[in-house]
Structure formats: structure tokens, C-alpha cells
Design a protein around this ligand. Structure first.
Ligand code: FAD
Length: 383
């Protein structure tokens, strides 16, 4: 049985069948939709280029018992309690993803997680309207991009002193000028006290008037239904490197899973598409008795203000080396290099080749010449 019919859920079904599992598979999801991709929601859907992002997966051919609009409410060994009664299982994949955080206040507050959220928000992005976006993270930047393209007046309010601080640290500061160039009013170091009617009240008591408020301040793993089940929870579902949970016959994958990474020697929970795509392969193998290990170099991308931003790896205090000058170059990047000369992480802005080559270097663990790394004219694979 697979609970959660997002990308990780449907990929789990595919992986189980690809590995020859011929038994019954139930795929249960609380949304009323077939599994769909979320990255386009804040890009092509908000921009009005498409209305559907349904995953290209033939549920009939997979012979899956797909139950849309059914939520899991609880779990005990061998049984999932759902809004439509109990369902027994022999093996279970937990793939319930994450839910957006909402802020205090009585005002209307849009979030962006589902196709319904995206279509509703798109309808509100009308030329001339004022839009306040809370959070200059990945979602906030992409929403601001779409809102400007729709002709809205956009203010982005960010509590930190720079955009993307959680993911990129000081490098995020180099994306701040994109906001101004796009005509977005970016207010850094500004905390929101509450979302009220007609806008925001800030922590200092001042107001940001807005017709539309979008909150993009992060997500929390959707694991409340697992409380008391015996599955260990700590910032998501705790798993080992095989994606096995504390409960026999139960694995987890995607945004909800905090897995043990051999590569980084710590637990990781990565809220990105590539993880939902790749982890189910290992989750399915584990469920069927294999001993595959999930140990990727994490990867994600974002499209904001006309820039393709890609990141691979994981950094935590390594030496930062810029490739190019973010103040003048359209194409630039950053590398985080460990003391022993190995690449820990790479950021590529409009430099897709850096991303590909950097990801391979991280996987291969080669030592690099840091002097050459700083020269954007030198290909990463030649450093
Ligand atoms: P989800 O996609 O969240 O799917 C989980 C499903 O489980 C949901 O349908 C949920 O309703 C359902 N569910 C939850 N609780 C229950 C329950 N109790 N019972 C039954 N069903 C339940 N990543 C990138 O790398 N690059 C991007 O550019 C990018 N852009 C994004 C843009 C947006 C707007 C969003 C929202 C995400 C974006 N991501 C991006 C992240 C990426 O989409 C996620 O990492 C990915 O969707 C995670 O897949 P998942 O299957 O683990 O979880």
C-alpha cells in the first residue's frame, strides 16, 4: 500500500511493478486529483501556460487501486486507518509529502502547494493588483516572478537580511538585485506579525497594503497521522539508509522522509523533486527484501526572474569560491570546497554545464584545484 499520491507515491507504485511485484497495490491520496508534478505550479501554471501537470504514468496499466480523496488518519501494524475505513497492508510506503506553513491573522492568505492553490492564485494575479509575498525563498521568488509578469505591483517581505538565506547562505544576497530589476519591492529584515484584511501588519506595527497575500515561508512534513503509530518522527519520518522506518514492513520516501545519508554522515530531509523521483526506487527495493541504499547528491532547481538557478550537493561551513561576478555576469556560480579540496556543493546560475559537471565531481569525490575553480572560463571538469 502507498499513502500519498504525489510524485513519490506514484513512483513507488511504478518501482514496485518494475521489480516484479504482482500483488495488490493501493495508492491513496487525500487530493481529488491524479498524481501531478508540483514544480510547474509556480512556473508554467502561474504564468498561464498550462492548466495540468498530471504525471505521465498509466495507472490502469500499473493495475493500481487508486483512491483519490481518501486521507490516512492513523497507522497501527498491518492497518492504515483512513477517512473511508481501515485498509490492511503487508508492506507500506509513506509518501505524504509536506504542507505549507501559514501565518497568524484573519486575512485571506494564499499558499502554493496544490494545483487547486495554483489555479486559485493565478485567477487573483490580475494586472494592477497589489500582491504581498511573504518570504524570499524559492516559492516566494517564483510567485513574485509570475505576479510581475501578470502586471501586478509586487512587494516581497523577508525576515532574513538576504533572499534564499536558508539554502544558500551569503550567496543568496547576489539574487537580491533581480527583484529590483524586475520591479519588485524587496523588503529584507522585515518580519510579519499577522496577515490581516487588505494586507500585512509588520512586527514594527507598520502596514503593507495588498489585494492579494501569498505566504511562502516553508513547509512541514505531513506526518501528523503517524503520531503514536510506532513510526519514529523527528522532522519527518525517520528512516535508515534503506528508507526503512522503525515499523517492520514500512518505508518512507519524498518530502516526508528524513533518511540517514551515508555520504554526509547525518540525517537529511530534502524537499525537492529529484528526491521524490529517485527515493522510491530504493523504498520499493527495501520493501521487497533488497538492501539498496539511498545516498544521492541532492539536487534542485528554480526558475526566477528569468534566471535558471540550480544547486547540487550539501554545504555546511565549507570554503566558498565564486565563479564569475554576480554583480555583472548573467552567468555565474558558486562552489563550496572542503579542506581536502573536494567539492561539497555547486550553485549554477544560467550555467547548466557547471551543474552537470559539478554534480559528477561531487559524486566522484575528486580533489580540485581551487585556483582554477575561481575562473569561470575553465570548465569545472578541468579544475
Ligand atoms: P507531495 O508532492 O507533497 O505529495 C504528497 C501527497 O500526499 C499530496 O498529494 C498530499 O495531499 C498527500 N497526503 C498528505 N497527507 C496525506 C494523508 N494523511 N493521507 C493521504 N494523502 C496524504 N522542487 C525542485 O527540485 N525544483 C522546483 O523548481 C520545485 N518547485 C516547486 C514548486 C512548488 C509550487 C512546490 C509546491 C514544490 C516545488 N518543488 C520543487 C518541490 C517538489 O515539488 C517536491 O519536493 C515534491 O512534490 C515532493 O513530492 P512528494 O511526493 O514527496 O510529496
Amino acid at each position: 500500500m502507498v499513502v500519498g499520491a504525489g510524485l513519490a507515491g506514484v513512483r513507488s507504485v511504478e518501482a514496485l511493478r518494475a521489480r516484479g511485484f504482482a500483488g495488490t497495490i493501493t495508492l491513496m491520496g487525500e487530493e481529488a486529483h491524479r498524481p501531478y508534478d508540483r514544480p510547474p505550479l509556480s512556473k508554467s501554471v502561474l504564468l498561464g501556460e498550462t492548466d495540468s501537470t498530471v504525471v505521465d504514468s498509466d495507472l490502469d496499466a500499473l493495475e493500481v487501486d487508486f483512491r483519490a480523496g481518501v486521507a490516512a488518519k492513523g497507522l497501527r501494524p498491518g492497518v492504515v486507518e483512513t477517512t473511508e475505513g481501515e485498509v490492511a497492508y503487508d508492506g507500506l510506503v509513506i509518501a505524504t509529502g509536506a504542507r505549507p506553513i501559514r501565518l497568524r491573522g484573519d486575512g485571506e492568505q494564499h499558499v502554493l502547494r496544490t494545483i487547486d492553490d495554483a489555479l486559485e492564485l493565478r485567477a487573483r494575479l490580475v494586472a494592477g493588483r497589489s500582491v504581498a509575498v511573504i518570504g524570499a525563498g524559492w516559492i516566494g521568488a517564483e510567485v513574485a516572478t509570475a505576479a510581475r509578469r501578470a502586471g501586478c505591483e509586487v512587494t516581497v517581505v523577508e525576515a532574513a537580511d538576504l533572499p534564499l538565506s536558508a539554502a544558500l547562505g551569503p550567496v543568496g544576497a547576489h539574487t537580491a538585485r533581480w527583484y529590483g530589476q524586475a520591479g519588485v519591492d524587496l523588503r529584507l529584515g522585515t518580519s510579519v506579525a499577522s496577515v490581516d484584511h487588505d494586507g500585512l501588519t509588520l512586527a514594527d506595527g507598520s502596514r503593507v497594503e495588498a489585494d492579494v497575500v501569498v505566504t511562502g515561508v516553508g513547509v512541514r512534513p505531513a506526518v501528523e497521522w503517524l503520531a503514536g503509530s510506532g513510526v519514529e518522527l523527528d522532522n519527518g519520518v525517520v528512516t535508515d539508509e534503506h528508507l526503512r522506518t522503525a515499523l517492520p514492513g514500512v518505508v518512507a520516501a519524498g518530502d516526508c522522509a528524513a533518511w540517514w545519508s551515508r555520504r554526509y554522515g547525518r540525517r537529511l530531509r530534502v524537499e525537492h523533486w529529484d528526491t521524490a523521483l529517485g527515493a522510491p526506487e530504493v523504498a520499493a527495493a527495501t520493501l521487497l527484501g533488497g538492501d539498496a541504499v539511498y545516498d544521492p547528491v541532492p539536487y534542485f532547481w528554480s526558475e526566477q526572474f528569468g534566471h535558471m538557478v540550480q544547486y547540487a550537493g550539501h554545504h555546511d561551513g565549507e570554503r566558498l569560491v565564486l565563479r564569475g561576478d554576480p554583480a555583472t555576469d548573467v552567468k555565474w556560480g558558486a562552489c563550496w570546497v572542503a579542506d581536502d579540496g573536494r567539492l561539497a556543493a555547486v550553485l549554477a546560475v544560467n550555467r547548466p554545464r557547471d551543474l552537470l559537471q559539478g554534480r559528477r565531481l561531487i559524486e566522484g569525490g575528486q580533489r580540485l584545484d581551487v585556483g582554477r575553480l575561481a575562473d569561470p572560463a575553465v570548465a569545472l571538469r578541468d579544475c
